[in-house]
Design a protein around this ligand. Structure first.
Ligand code: KG4
Ligand code: ZN
Length: 331
């Protein structure tokens, strides 16, 4: 059974073909980073226009790479939300057109849930597990009961973690997107050179807040200035603060729900310091922590296809008038 997965939730046009929920026949991610870099962040109108330009060619490319034809597709799985609504609508309308033309079922997917199950592209994981999805748009702790059933335990009250990386990098003028660039500076820096606040770390909930931490970094830079020496230390200290909160609150969710298995996904999960902190803490607490490979942490069509596979297996498909949505839908 071949699933066609499409994600256009933000600034990547991603299409994948997945066979029997396991074998990736093709997985193309076309990044618009070079376009948005000029503005230091994603410009929604530019992103949707670019998706319109790219979606057909990328799809044809994925079909060719997989060595199949459109007629071989059994199911079309597409991100319906959350994300930039203009961008989402491009993928969703394209998917609806394909579904009509090929007379094949359509499945509208929650992008965050897809990040939480992207690990199944690489290995099996027993349910239940705690999932942390940490990306440019979302910071969410989920209790996954099955691929289709989950509870939201906590979410960010303001900026997502990746957004804080991107905004700090923009303030410093060191490039976009900020995550990977900050990681490179931080690797050369002294951890906790400055002891920045760990927002909400001891609060009796699983929510996050990264806006205040971002402001603390920017205020520090305004006060003390930035040099080629201290930039590494400041960014390393920022990572320590952000990652302490992410690690400790997720581990606490695992302990308090007596679920000794954590899966971490989303773009920020490709950060090697975050991976190190989680694995160290997990080991101490006897909790298994599982990460996707970095290229499955960032947005991709294969994770949309794998979640579509789980829905289809349960006989669940979407009506052709399935709506796009910009904010997370809580089940
Ligand atoms: O999952 P993703 O590709 O898209 C969204 O769904 O948002 O995540 C992109 C985010 C960006 O904010 C980017 O700066 C961040 O992930 N990111 C990283 C790293 N690589 C990407 N953050 C920290 N360290 C990294 N190595
Ligand atoms: Zn994402």
């Amino acid at each position: 059974m071949i699933i066609f997965g499409i994600d256009t939730s933000c600034d990547d046009t991603s299409v994948a073909l997945l066979e029997d929920g396991k074998r990736i026949l093709s997985n193309i991610v076309s990044s618009q980073v070079d376009l948005h870099r000029l503005f230091g962040g994603v410009v929604p109108e530019i992103a949707s226009r670019k998706h319109i330009e790219l979606i057909e060619n990328i799809s044809r490319g994925a079909i060719e790479e997989a060595g199949i034809t459109y007629q071989n597709i059994d199911v079309i799985s597409v991100t319906a939300g959350p994300g930039l609504i203009g961008s989402i609508l491009v993928g969703l309308c394209f998917a609806k057109g394909l579904s009509l033309a090929l007379n094949k079922p359509l499945i509208g997917i929650n992008h965050i849930q897809a990040h939480a199950v992207s690990i199944f592209l690489e290995r099996e994981v027993d349910f239940p597990f705690i999932a942390l999805v940490v990306s440019g748009g979302h910071t969410v702790i989920l209790l996954m009961e099955s691929p289709l059933r989950f509870k939201v335990l906590g979410t960010t009250r303001d900026d997502a973690a990746g957004e804080a990386f991107d905004k700090i990098a923009k303030y410093l003028g060191i490039g976009y997107p900020g995550g990977k660039i900050i990681e490179e500076y931080a690797e050369k820096g002294q951890k906790d050179y400055v002891r920045f606040p760990r927002p909400m770390i001891n609060d009796n909930n699983y929510d996050f807040s990264f806006s205040g931490l971002k402001t603390a970094i920017i205020n520090y830079i305004k006060k003390y200035g930035v040099t080629t020496q201290n930039i590494n230390d400041i960014l390393s200290s920022f990572q320590e603060a952000a990652f302490d909160v992410l690690t400790l609150k997720t581990i606490r969710a695992s302990r308090e729900h007596d679920i000794k298995r954590i899966v971490v996904g989303g773009g920020v999960a490709s950060n090697s310091r975050l991976r190190e902190k989680f694995l160290e803490t997990g080991q101490k607490e006897n909790i298994e922590v599982i990460f996707s490979s970095p290229h499955f942490c960032t947005d991709n069509g294969a994770m949309i296809a794998v979640l579509g596979y789980f829905y289809f297996k349960e006989g669940i498909v979407s009506p052709l008038d399935v709506k796009g949505y910009s904010r997370m839908m809580l089940h």
